[in-house]
Ligand binder design. Sequence first.
Ligand code: NAD
Ligand code: USQ
Length: 401
Amino acid sequence: MKILVLGGDGYCGWPTSLHLSDAGHDVVIVDNFVRRQIDHELGVQSLTPVVGLTERLRAWRETGGRPVGLEVGDLLDWDFVAGLVERHRPEAVVHFAEQRAAPYSMISRGHAIYTQHNNVIGNLNVLFAINEFAPDCHLVKLGTMGEYGTPNIDIEEGFIEIEHNGRKDTLPYPKQPGSWYHLSKVHDSHNIMFACKIWGMRATDLNQGVVYGTVTPQTERNERLVNRFDYDEVFGTVLNRFCIQAAIGHPLTVYGEGGQTRGFLDIRDTVRCIELAIENPAERGEFRVFNQFTEKFSVRQLAGMVSDAAAKLGVETRIEKQPNPRVESEEHYYNAKHTRLLDLGLEPHYLSDALLDSLLNIAVKHRGRADLDAVNPRVDWRTGRRSLLEEVDEPAYPSTL
Ligand code: NAD
Ligand code: USQ
């Protein structure tokens, strides 16, 4: 298939592009490199040394990979997005290209507005371009489990049957997102569902949990193919952070009570889930929702698992409860369905097997590059401020607003 991977230079997009290319698809990566610019804004960098995208693509060809195309541009630029879809007429568009850090969206008014503008308007441009130039194309859009929040009832896959005053209907599952970023994903979901309804678009909304790990069989082929490994307080996700913290002897930063429970998945399962969604497309007019995670853990449990695994490497760790910089439930019920991708054939990797080989060993290998300043939380969600070495109020890169 001809597939556009929007955000193909990012943490999930890069290994997905290589995986789909390896599976025989014609892949074109689309990116505006804003994620690399945000690293400069925050003064952080990936733990793994990531080379430029053209260098990555050259390395892919040198290791025998099918050539992967590249289109550099911004999804906020309608002429760019329209031209892109008109030229390539893709059969599938995988849309990763959004600002994805909840803490980033909580830094200031400017960061909240940047996040919602970039995500919601970029996604709208994609919807309109598909409808106009490739109406049969299947949109595979990355949403998030955080759209649901942490309700005191089971979480379904997208929809819930409700009986009210003697009548029944199947309705979108109620959304209680916990950051300006997570809210942007809810807005996207509504817009996509509406596009399916009025235009007969086919779309899959993948409500993905927290991703961990960095290595896939393709990124392992050459060191220039290495994936990002974010561990800073803004973009680093919890498990990746705990692993580097263990590797550098920093206490594991459990926020609050640590009873926060989330769905998690290995990056190797992310790439496979995307492939499964593409190979089993939604029908015309269908808006499908899959909950994309494989296991659930509380933050406390994760800290314990990392600590135990580190001990096997002879590394002693300390778990340190910190005042929670976020506003979230620290003890709650959490039971989310996630059967639809398993039904399509997903064979999950489990954290107990991956912790040493694909997480802690990467953290230990690159720990010399770790920056201690990047580890401690500084974004306070209550005040909407980031206490920085130097204060940053507004995004430092060009915004159309
Ligand atoms: P990332 O920041 O590493 O990658 C996103 C990529 O999109 C970057 O390369 C960035 O430059 C690009 N991009 C952003 N805005 C763009 C625009 N306007 N035009 C063109 N390119 C643009 O993020 P990621 O971790 O790879 O996440 C990818 C997607 O998956 C996001 O939508 C995120 O919300 C979702 N997701 C991620 C996780 C996770 O744990 N990483 C979990 C659940 C869902
Ligand atoms: N946490 C800690 N200590 C840390 C870092 C995080 O206790 O050092 C806690 C947080 O308070 C939170 C949980 O760990 O309760 C998860 O935080 P996270 O930073 O790993 O993940 P989150 O902010 O939820 O965002 C990530 C991705 C986002 C995606 C989301 C999926 O950055 O793009 O949408 O995971 S989900 O969590 O299902 O919404």
